[in-house]
Structure formats: structure tokens, C-alpha cells
Design a protein around this ligand. Structure first.
Ligand SMILES: [Zn+2]
Ligand SMILES: [Zn+2]
Length: 893
């Protein structure tokens, strides 16, 4: 804990004030939102997995939404900003095993810890809407939704070759298998395959809408939309059959049927049905398949010749059949004809295995390259073009050829997707039991609504599927025939829980439905969603799928004109907080930073300010002790300034000379900060506040400030900072005798003064020029600085030059008044020849007025007397040097 130092500076003790204001917010129900509220701003951070401890990523994610929610509230919006717990999943089971407890106890303890830490961070949530996915009150609705989806025909059960993690002893979804060497996302163990019957949601039925609607999600980052497009992986092409000797027809899928004349080999994935037969007679194939199925990482160009040939239906030629790992089993048909001249991967394979490369597409006349630029022996030409070496089809364009060849070779147009149905079965304990009963006579029967929830039995320590070992729980009567039956012993993927939790927040206590349709139809969609990029394809795609299904089921009102079919209007993915060494924070690297210790040492406000100041939300940044120190010092200096004023220890006097300068800066800062908060550029907003604080300090040091102006200044600072650093600003608000909590105050609405940016630039440039002259001339102690604005005629000449077309000097000199200036005007006009961009400029009188207003700052900086001359007042020697926006300057020693 930091102690006040023995200086004159007033300092605050974060430990004393933070808990005080957290209680005050709770007592005043600041963050509560009534059900009767009409369409509030719905601001949501992805709810955390209940690991037990906050990490810096959480601090960043939740500070962003909290600051934004507070900002919207201050602007008069009703705000829904809830929080809950993504609390099912394997890590809790593992943690329970390690600690010899059970997942429920472990998880509940984690939730307690994390809730305390959230409160300590000052995050303002409506805790009455808290949602915990591992509670039966929540997961009963997972079960109910499952049975509804089942009735809608959106659930299937199929045997599948599945990704199996031998270490976690569970099936993994494709999304949970990571990297080129296919490892478990949780434990990094190489994944193997197994055939098992599994429950699936048929998300593929929504593939087209999920894809097309991405185009309209303007509030989402482009990279996330692109990741979803790739994940859905829609390909339009055709299938045709190649005859493989001693086997029969094998179907291939291609998007480039126009290149069929260039096929010089045929390739099948190691998992293709044909390969099973080949492996029996060919040891080399058998060995290759084994290697491909093991964890071994095979080269992109690896593969073996099978000893057989396939007939190209276009040419009648026999081409060799290879087994190759680069052909993916679940993409297309798992078999393809390879055209090395026009496909990069086929090319690499052909070079490695010394297979012919035959060009059959030439660039069109209007292509970026000519036929001479292309050497397909060196590199594949992958663009569309005009056919060659294709018999009577030579000269046909690629697109036309694709249509023709489908008929010609008995093919079929086909659309293929990379997206697979969503496999939700998990052979683990800590999840939602899948509400199905397996009867020897009736088959699978859904658990009737009135028997939901199917609650989890007591935790069983076992290496296999724990629910399978729960004998008493497992055996039930069949709901249909009453005979002996067993429960489904798989639990649901936890991504089911997170696919609709944002709906439960809207009516968290609803007892007879997962959510209130009318309320949800009014409050959805989420206006601003914030979370990690790692959820770009799984969670964000599943949540979209659920929303569309629920809308189709009429549960989210489909009757309104503004029907909710997308859950999240605006999305921000926050970047990572890296360790001080620039690497990802991790235990093994020892570069992690504990938010709890940060709160203890510096306070929550410092932690919040640091993460918001370090970078814009989507960018990553490295932890910096200096950055934390700087944030802390800034807050102490704000506290010092405002509390000193509040205590009456700053002498004031009404009607000072520089009030209007400060007044304009206060308005400009409020306007800038509003704009920057709206655009989520919190770092820019904070910089603007820092500048205003510095200005107010200079103001109070330079003169006895006007009491009203200064009061407005410190109140504005306090309010503008309050979304990011709510505790210390609440303390200051109280000292300023604010009548309410700053969390409930009105936002300082202000317009930027007219011409503000131009004026600011004039003052900045002038101060910069003074600094340069002092440096270049080696002046140690300037006593007097004269500043003269440019005369009227130069402004006039500049205006004419700006409009001139071509002969700048000629046009300027046509003006009678300017002609009277003679050679000086012509020389001045020459400077504009060729200039295309003209900044906006003030009139000479305005320039003089602006410089006059800012004189005190120049005076303070250089410790000299300042004289500002108006347009026709200055000495000729000085005026002659002046141009619009760049006054003439003379400095006396
Ligand atoms: Zn694993
Ligand atoms: Zn039955």
C-alpha cells in the first residue's frame, strides 16, 4: 500500500476510497436496470471461464466494456451491462481431480473469487442478472433447447470418425484440434481418430445464411468476418467421375473443371475408401497410411504411387493414382485429379514426384500477364483464362468451359462447404447431461419437459466417462413404453451454454422458459460485444446459429419488421496484454502479472487507466511498469489539483484575462473526449484529459483563475475521467460537493469551438517557430518576443492562388489591390506555384485575436514579454516575414 508522502501534494489512498465507492454504487443501485426499461443499450463482454483468478486479459476486456457502459450511462442511456460465468468444462474436472474435491465445489469457489475481484476492479454489473451455466436453473434450458432442436429436426446422431484426445479421453470438435500436427487445444496431446455415435446440431443447414449475412455485419471487424467465411468454406464447383482400374468410378469435386485436360495424376487422401483396398495389396501404401494416421507430421509433398491408374474422362488417358496427405478427407470427396500447371499444391507435388506438367489455360488478352510471362514448369498459373491443349475446346474461356464440361463428362454442379455439423457430445462429467433416454424397444426418446432438468449425479472419479459409471442415475424407465432404459451418458459441449447466455441475461429468473420472448425481442441484439479473437469461429458462429434457429422457432420475435436474426451488432476483439518481454504472458516464461497484486499496490483505477492508455482496444501491448507508474502519478496529480481547489486553497479572482482561452479548451476537450470514447479510442480520450489537466495547472500557477471557469474545468476533468477511473473521480466529485454520484451525473456535452483545430495549429506552429529561433540564434534569456500576423493582401493573394488554374502569378497580379504591392506580391504568389493542398486559414484579425489569447502560454514558456501586432500594426521588417498561418517573429535578448 502506498502511504502519503511528506510533501505538500495532496494524495489519495486507493485502499480507503475504492471499497467505499463500490459500496456506494451498490447502495444506490447504479448498475441495476429494470425490466420495464425500453430497449436499453446492451453492452456485453464475453463472460469468463471460471478459472478462479483474473488475468490481465480479463482486466483489459472488462475495463473496456465497463468504461463504455459508464460513458453511455452518463450520456443518459439506459444500459444493460450484465455478467455471468461460463462454468462447465474439463478444466474444472481436472482441477477437482488434482485437489481431490469435486468440480462443483471447485467451480463455486472460483466464482466467489472472481466475483470479488470484479467488484474490486470497480466493474459495474447488474448482479441481479448474474447467470451461472453450471446451475440446474440454467442448464435445464440447454436441455430444453436441445429437445426443441430435436423436434425441429436439427439434431442428428451419427457414427463418425472422430478426433479423440487420448489424454483427456474425450472426443474433440474440429475446432478444438489445433495446428498442422493436430493437437488437443486443451492439453496439446496429439489427436487420434475413433469411430463413435455422436449427437450433432445440423448447423450446416444454416451455412448459406450464416455466410451471406456476414456481408451486412458492418459493425464487425473484417478479419473476423473473413475467418467465418473461410470456416464455412463455401465452394461452388462440379463433381465428375474418374474410372480407377480394378476398382470402379471414383467421384471427385473441383472448382476448376476447365483444367481437366491438364490432369496428369490422380490423388486420394489416406482416409479414402479406395485406399483401404490399395493398402491391402501394397505395403508402401499401407505404411504411408499408417504414418499419416499417426501424429507424424508429413511433408506437404509427401505421397506414394499406388500402382494403379485412373482414366481421365476428357482425354481417355491413363494417369497414375497417388495416395497423398495434402488431399483432405473431409474437403470435397477426398479425391481429386491434379493439374500441376494450374494449382500450386499439385505443382509442388508434381515437381517432387517428377510428374508431367501440362499447360491447358493461357491468359486472356486483357489479363495482367501475357502468355510469354508464364512458365508453368516453374510455377503454376492459377488464374482463369482461355483454354489450350484441350482439343476442340481450345479458345473457350474458363468459365464457359466449366459449364460445358459438366455436361460433356456427365458431371454435376455442386456446392461444397468446409463447415461440418456441430458435434456436441462430450464423454465428460462436468457439462449439461444430454436429455435423451435409450430404450431397447423405442430407440432414443427425449426426456419429457416436465422431467427437466436432468441433474448431474454426484461426481465420480473414473478414467472413463463418469456418467457411464453412475449406475443408479443411469437406469430409468422409458418415457414411452415404461420399460427398462438407460440415459444418454454424454454431456454437451460447453459452447452450447455460451450460444444463448446473452438471452438469459435479459430475463434471468424466468421459470417456465429460457427467456422472455417479448423482452428479448425488445432488448436484443447486443449493441456492443467485446471479447477475444480466439472466439472468431466457434462461439461467434454458434451464437449466430442459435439466434437464427430461435428466430425461426418464433422464440425471438420473428413477426416484427426488425426481426432479430443476428445476436451482436457491433463487435470488438481486444488485443492481448503481453509480458514485459513482449511475449505472451505465461507461467512457464514467468512474465505474468497478477491483477490482484496490481490492485493492492496501485489500486483498481491505476490498473484500469494503464490498460486503457496503453493502446487502442484491438491492438496488443506489452506490460510496462513505467506505464503503470505514469498512470498512477497522473491520478495523484489530478487528485492534488482538484482537491486543492475544492478545499479553497487555490486563490481565485473573477474575470481574468485568459479565461476565454481556458473556456474554449474545456469545451474542445469535452467534445474530443466524447468523440474518442464513441470510437473506442480511449487512449486518445485520456491524452486529451491529460492535456486539459496540465492546462488547468498552468492556469492556476500563472494567475488567480476565474472561480467559475476553474470550477467548470475541474468538474469536466472529473466527469471525463470517470468512466475509466471511477473510484478516484467519485471521491473528487464528493469534494467538489457534487449533489449526486459522478456515476450518475450528466455527461459534459460540448461543441468544439468553431475553427478550433485551425486556431490550435496556429498557436502550436508559432510556439514551435519561437523555440526554433531561440535555438538557432542561441538566445539564452529572451526578454521580449514580437509576433506580427501577415497583412491583408497576403491573405488575399493566397485565396486567389488557391482558386487559380495554372498561371498563379498572373491571376494574382490581375487583382488591382495586389498589383499595388508590386514585386512583393509577385514574389509571394510564386511560392504557391504547384501547391495543391491549402490548409484552412483564419483572417488576419482572427489570427491576432487567437495569438493574443494564447500569449500567456508563450510568456510562461519563454519567460519573456510578448507583443502581438495586428494586421496593419507591426513594423515592416516583421510583417514582411509573415505569411498566413505563420506570423513574423522577432526575439530580443
Ligand atoms: Zn487433451
Ligand atoms: Zn421404450
Amino acid at each position: 500500500m502506498s502511504k502519503p508522502e511528506a510533501t505538500d501534494e495532496r494524495r489519495f489512498d486507493h485502499a480507503a476510497i475504492e471499497s467505499k465507492w463500490q459500496r456506494a454504487w451498490e447502495d444506490a443501485d447504479v448498475f441495476r436496470i429494470e425490466d420495464s426499461t425500453e430497449d436499453p443499450a446492451y453492452i456485453l463482454a464475453m463472460f469468463p471461464y471460471t478459472s478462479g483468478e483474473l488475468h490481465m486479459g480479463h482486466v483489459r476486456n472488462y475495463t473496456i466494456t465497463d468504461a463504455y457502459a459508464r460513458f453511455e450511462r452518463l450520456r443518459g442511456e439506459s444500459v444493460l451491462h450484465p455478467m455471468g460465468w461460463d462454468s462447465f468444462g474439463l478444466p474444472a474436472e481436472n482441477a477437482a481431480e488434482e485437489r481431490d474435491t469435486n468440480p462443483r465445489e471447485w467451480t463455486m469457489q472460483c466464482i466467489e473469487n472472481m466475483r470479488d475481484q470484479f467488484i474490486q476492479m470497480g466493474f459495474g454489473y447488474d448482479w441481479e442478472r448474474e447467470v451461472t451455466t453450471c446451475e440446474p436453473e440454467y442448464y435445464r434450458w440447454n436441455q430444453w433447447l436441445f429437445t426443441q432442436f430435436y423436434e425441429e429436426g436439427l439434431v442428428t446422431r451419427e457414427g463418425r470418425e472422430l478426433n479423440w484426445c487420448p489424454d483427456c479421453e474425450t472426443v474433440l470438435a474440429d475446432e478444438q484440434v489445433e495446428g498442422p500436427d493436430e493437437r488437443c487445444w486443451r492439453c496439446d496431446t496429439p489427436v487420434v481418430t475413433r469411430e463413435l455415435d455422436q449427437w450433432m446440431f445440423t448447423i450446416t443447414e444454416y451455412a448459406d445464411e450464416l455466410l451471406e449475412a456476414l456481408d451486412d455485419l458492418d459493425g464487425w471487424p473484417n478479419n473476423v468476418r473473413e475467418m467465418q467465411r473461410n470456416w464455412i468454406g463455401k465452394q461452388q464447383g462440379a463433381s465428375v467421375e474418374f474410372e480407377v482400374e480394378e476398382y470402379g468410378p471414383v467421384e471427385i469435386f473441383t472448382t476448376r473443371l476447365d483444367t481437366i485436360y491438364g490432369a496428369t495424376f490422380f490423388a486420394v487422401s489416406p482416409g479414402h475408401a479406395l485406399v483401404e483396398e490399395l493398402a491391402e495389396e501394397n505395403d508402401e501404401v499401407a505404411e504411408y497410411v499408417e504414418r499419416a494416421e499417426s501424429e507424424e507430421e508429413l511433408a506437404e509433398t509427401s505421397g506414394v504411387f499406388s500402382g494403379r491408374y485412373a482414366t481421365n474422362p476428357a482425354t481417355g488417358e491413363e494417369i497414375p493414382v497417388y495416395v497423398a496427405d495434402y488431399v483432405l478427407e473431409d474437403v470435397g470427396t477426398g479425391a481429386l485429379y491434379a493439374v500441376p500447371a494450374h494449382d500450386d499444391r499439385d505443382h509442388a507435388f508434381a515437381v517432387e514426384h517428377d510428374i508431367d506438367i501440362v499447360q491447358v489455360v493461357e491468359p486472356t488478352d486483357d489479363a495482367a500477364v501475357t502468355a510469354d510471362d508464364i512458365d508453368v514448369q516453374e510455377e503454376a498459373y492459377t488464374e482463369d483464362g482461355v483454354l489450350s491443349n484441350s482439343d476442340e475446346f481450345d479458345g473457350l474461356e474458363s468459365e464457359e468451359a466449366r459449364e460445358r464440361f459438366v455436361e460433356e463428362y456427365d458431371g454435376e454442379f455442386r456446392t461444397d462447404y468446409r463447415l461440418r455439423d456441430w458435434l456436441i457430445s462430450r464423454q465428460r462429467y462436468w457439462g449439461t447431461p444430454i436429455p435423451m433416454i435409450d430404450c431397447p424397444d423405442c430407440g432414443f426418446v427425449p426426456v419429457p419437459d416436465e422431467e427437466l432438468p436432468v441433474e448431474l449425479p454426484e461426481f465420480i472419479h473414473t478414467t472413463g466417462n463418469p456418467l457411464d459409471a453412475a449406475e443408479d442415475w443411469k437406469h430409468v424407465d422409458c418415457p414411452t413404453c415404461g420399460g427398462d432404459a438407460v440415459r444418454e451418458t454424454d454431456t454437451m459441449d460447453t459452447f452450447v451454454d455460451s450460444s444463448w447466455y446473452f438471452l438469459r441475461f435479459i430475463s434471468p429468473d424466468m421459470e417456465d422458459a429460457p427467456f422472455d420472448t417479448e423482452q428479448v425481442s425488445d432488448w436484443m441484439p447486443v449493441d456492443q460485444y467485446v471479447g477475444g479473437i480466439e472466439h472468431a469461429v466457434m462461439h461467434l458462429l454458434y451464437a449466430r446459429f442459435f439466434t437464427k434457429v430461435l428466430n425461426d422457432m418464433g422464440m425471438i420475435d420473428g413477426k416484427r419488421s426488425n426481426s432479430v436474426r443476428e445476436p451482436f451488432t457491433n463487435l470488438i476483439n481486444q488485443g492481448m496484454v503481453l509480458g514485459e518481454d513482449g511475449n505472451k504472458m505465461s507461467k512457464s516464461r514467468g512474465n505474468g502479472v497478477s491483477p490482484v497484486r496490481l490492485i493492492e499496490e496501485y489500486g483498481a483505477d491505476t490498473a484500469r487507466l494503464f490498460v486503457m492508455e496503453a493502446a487502442q482496444p484491438h491492438k496488443e501491448f506489452a506490460w510496462s511498469p513505467e506505464g503503470v507508474e505514469s498512470a498512477h502519478q497522473f491520478l495523484q496529480s489530478v487528485y492534488d489539483l482538484v482537491s486543492t481547489f475544492a478545499a479553497g486553497d487555490i486563490e481565485t479572482e473573477a474575470g481574468g484575462a485568459i479565461d476565454s482561452y481556458v473556456e474554449r479548451e474545456i469545451d474542445a476537450t469535452a467534445a474530443t473526449v466524447t468523440e474518442e470514447y464513441e470510437a473506442f479510442r480511449f487512449n486518445h480520450a485520456i491524452q486529451a484529459v491529460r492535456d486539459l489537466v496540465s492546462l488547468l495547472r498552468q492556469y492556476s500557477e500563472h494567475t488567480d483563475p476565474d472561480p467559475e471557469t476553474f470550477d467548470r474545468g475541474v468538474r469536466t476533468v472529473t466527469k471525463l475521467l470517470s468512466p475509466v477511473t471511477p473510484h478516484v473521480t467519485e471521491e473528487l466529485w464528493e469534494l467538489l460537493d457534487g449533489e449526486e454520484l459522478v456515476a450518475e451525473a450528466d455527461w459534459p456535452e460540448a461543441e468544439k469551438p468553431a475553427n478550433y483545430e485551425v486556431e490550435k495549429r496556429l498557436v502550436e506552429n508559432t510556439r514551435e517557430d519561437v523555440r526554433d529561433i531561440i535555438e538557432v540564434a542561441g538566445i539564452d534569456d529572451p526578454s521580449r518576443i514580437e509576433i506580427a500576423v501577415a497583412p491583408d493582401w497576403k491573405h488575399r493573394a493566397r485565396e486567389i492562388a488557391k482558386e487559380a488554374d495554372g498561371d498563379v502569378v498572373g491571376e494574382v497580379m490581375q487583382d488591382e489591390a495586389l498589383r499595388q504591392q508590386g514585386n512583393a506580391a509577385a514574389e509571394f504568389a510564386k511560392e504557391f506555384i504547384g501547391q495543391e493542398h491549402f490548409d484552412e486559414q483564419l483572417s488576419p484579425d482572427e489570427e491576432a485575436e487567437v495569438l493574443d489569447r494564447a500569449t500567456w502560454l508563450v510568456e510562461r514558456e519563454f519567460g519573456a514579454d510578448i507583443v502581438v501586432y495586428g494586421a496593419d500594426e507591426g513594423p515592416e521588417s516583421l510583417v514582411s516575414k509573415a505569411t498566413p498561418g505563420r506570423p513574423g517573429i522577432n526575439i530580443e535578448q
